[in-house]
Design a protein around this ligand. Structure first.
Ligand code: LER
Ligand code: MN
Length: 270
């Protein structure tokens, strides 16, 4: 397993669970100085930063791109894949497709989190899950062009009412024959929803393709009441070799948070 840290350039997400909000040259330098293997990018959209600029920062700092988030589609543009308005759903899938192509040029998968939306009002749960499956079919195929998967993230009940558990996510991928889609195990969401986080990881097994490595309070690991040992053991047991990515609040300050998280990741993997 490898370490990653979130870099956010989305002003609307300034209070979100992202560690460094500095301009990218400074943020890449800070991640590299602390010894991270990669950065996870949360950008305003597919044209916010040029691929050349990111590649040159990667080369300068020897950092991989672990993943790119798509949440700006929701927080900036109010787009979701389960919007009752077909033109909004169309715009949402276009935004995601462009983010997949952006990430793909950096060998990085894109993540679907908040843009999955919710069911309710005029939209039934079955209808929303059917629209989501259609979009995931498109996203999985598009990501495949870049030889990367597309990452689907079950969220806690306060953020979506679609899929809140890894097991539901795994069953959904299988039932809809969704190919090239992996699940994101965000330990913060899992701490709220799963009865046993390590067991949920064992059960989801090969479907897990990315991990947001947060403690129970969504601070750096070691700040809350999560015991990382059985979680790491479960990830090893299922053969997970991807990133433990610091999608956590930058508290008590970004540097202390980032330093504690890399220490916790290194300890867990030693
Ligand atoms: C995104 O990765 C996530 O975990 C969400 O809670 C934020 O939209
Ligand atoms: Mn997450």
């Amino acid at each position: 397993m490898k370490s990653a840290i979130t870099l956010c350039q989305v002003t609307e997400a300034a209070v979100g669970p992202f560690v460094f909000h500095d301009p990218l040259p400074e943020a890449f330098a800070k991640a590299a100085a602390l010894g991270y293997d990669a950065v996870e990018l949360f950008l305003p959209g597919p044209h916010a930063v040029s691929i050349d600029e990111i590649k040159s920062l990667q080369a300068e700092h020897n950092l991989a791109i672990a993943a790119v988030g798509t949440g700006a589609g929701m927080v900036k543009h109010g787009l979701s894949l389960t919007d009752p308005d077909p033109s909004k759903r169309e715009e949402a899938i276009e935004f995601i497709t462009k983010m997949i192509d952006f990430g793909g040029q950096l060998d990085a998968p894109a993540i679907l989190g908040s843009m999955q939306g919710k069911w309710g009002g005029d939209v039934s749960k079955d209808q929303a899950l059917a629209w989501l499956a259609e979009s995931l079919t498109i996203a999985g195929a598009r990501a495949g062009r870049h030889q990367v998967p597309f990452i689907y993230e079950p969220l806690n009940r306060y953020e979506t009412n679609l899929i809140n558990h890894l097991a539901e996510g795994a069953r959904y991928l299988e039932a809809h024959h969704l190919e090239n889609i992996v699940l994101l195990a965000d330990l913060f969401h899992m701490n709220i929803e799963e009865s046993n986080v390590a067991q949920a990881i064992l059960d989801a097994g090969k479907h897990i393709g990315h991990v947001h490595y947060a403690d129970s309070n969504r601070w750096a690991m070691g700040s809350g009441h999560t015991d990382p040992a059985p979680i790491i053991a479960a990830l090893k047991q299922v053969g997970y070799t991807g990133y433990l990515s610091a999608e956590v609040f930058p508290l008590p300050d970004p540097h202390q948070c980032a330093a504690q998280e890399i220490k916790a990741i290194k300890q867990a993997l030693s």
